[in-house]
Design a protein around this ligand. Structure first.
Ligand SMILES: [Ca+2]
Length: 266
């Protein structure tokens, strides 16, 4: 008699809540899981059980992103996270740039000479014409920041993009999509000593601002601006994405469970 509820729970867990992960421990990037462009090959090194962003070009911005192959539906809830580490001994350098948004002014406007950053976010297409990113970055002032809400809308950045100065060298970046609110929530957690610590900052973003989309790519990666970044300056590891059951699939499972119980009773 106990078998039925156990079986139901097992079905729910295996069909709906199973996290998909990549620990980047395989020698090459798993092309069954990721799409990536030439930029990635030029500016990323996949080695030593993680991926690390590097750039040998200090005159032009460099970037590299990988895209989770399975697009995520905006009709369902889901969650994605990744660990990011910026080497504390690495200090970006270069010519002054205004970061991140030229149109910003006042206290939100940060001018840095050289920047390295890692990101998790969503985008409409692989060209990344529209995107939203949750960023962990370091500037030449040797300070690290959390920028939880950077988008390309409004000609290069939304006006509520904000910077939170952080002390951690290692953090967990998370994005959490709420389908009923149509909002994506960004979180940064301290992850020093590989232990999930306190929340450092958060923000949210209404996905309709990217246009009328039904699904999006989730991406991770990084950028450098006017700085040479040696291997290991900024790394990403242990990606995890968890699709949550939609209301419809929960209903189907619930009805299925009821049917099984009824059959057993009769
Ligand atoms: Ca790893």
């Amino acid at each position: 008699m106990r078998l039925v509820p156990c079986l139901s729970i097992w079905v729910v867990c295996t069909t709906c809540c199973l996290a998909e992960v990549d620990d980047f421990n395989s020698p090459l990037l798993n092309t069954n899981k990721w799409l990536f462009s030439e930029d990635f090959s030029q500016n990323f090194v996949h080695t030593n059980g993680y991926i690390t962003f590097q750039s040998t070009n200090a005159t032009t911005p460099q970037n590299g992103y990988i895209f989770w192959k399975e697009k995520m539906s905006l009709s369902n809830n889901w969650n994605a996270k990744i660990q990011s580490y910026i080497n504390p001994s690495f200090v970006p350098s270069g010519v002054p740039i205004r970061f991140p948004i030229p149109s910003l002014s006042g206290s939100n406007d940060i001018v840095l000479n050289g920047v390295i950053e890692t990101a998790i976010g969503i985008t409409d297409t692989l060209s990344g014409s529209n995107y939203y990113a949750n960023l962990f970055l370091k500037g030449n002032n040797n300070q690290k920041y959390f920028n939880p809400n950077f988008t390309t809308i409004d000609s290069g950045g939304n006006t509520d993009a904000n910077f939170v100065q952080v002390q951690s060298d290692k953090v967990l970046l998370e994005i959490n999509y709420d389908s009923s609110a149509q909002r994506l929530y960004s979180y940064m957690y301290d992850y020093s000593d590989d232990i999930l610590g306190s929340i450092i900052g958060s923000d949210s973003f209404e996905v309709s601002q990217l246009g009328s989309l039904s699904e999006v790519y989730v991406f991770v990666g990084g950028d450098t601006f006017t700085t040479i970044a040696p291997q290991g300056s900024a790394t990403l590891d242990n990606f995890e994405i968890v699709p949550e059951p939609s209301a419809l699939s929960l209903l189907a499972i619930g009805l299925g469970g009821l049917a099984v119980m009824r059959r057993r009773r009769s």
